[in-house]
Design a protein around this ligand. Structure first.
Ligand SMILES: [Mg+2]
Length: 116
């Protein structure tokens, strides 16, 4: 019996969700349905609102926590699209930056000692 080694490239999972496409779909849906795409302050407030809804769902043990968390990401992706920010690229860069940061616990609090 021959054994095969399964090779999974390190960036394989990056492609499981195409955030660039999702970001465009979310923006296109906003345009198609006549939702706001120009008032940035309003979009920030609505994004905060979705996070508050998620917190309330968690706090009150409501059944829609998963959907409310999805709303937070949908609003963030929509806001990024409005601002012409490629959130997929920014997330990947920030995750790598965070990995390189070093922390030291002082009085029970993590204090950053080295940035990327
Ligand atoms: Mg919601």
């Amino acid at each position: 019996m021959q054994m095969f080694e399964l090779f999974i490239p390190s960036d394989f999972f990056k492609f499981m969700i195409d955030l660039k496409k999702l970001q465009k779909d979310i923006y296109d849906n906003k345009v198609a349905k006549g939702f706001n795409t120009t008032d940035i302050h309003l979009e920030f407030c609505l994004t905060y609102g979705e996070l508050a809804e998620a917190f309330t769902a968690y706090h009150k043990k409501l059944p829609d926590l998963d959907e409310e968390l999805a709303d937070v990401v949908i609003y963030l992706l929509g806001l990024a699209a409005i601002l012409n920010i490629d959130l997929e690229d920014e997330i990947l860069k920030k995750v790598e930056k965070n990995k390189k940061r070093k922390y030291k616990k002082i009085n029970g609090v993590n204090i950053r000692t080295k940035d990327a």
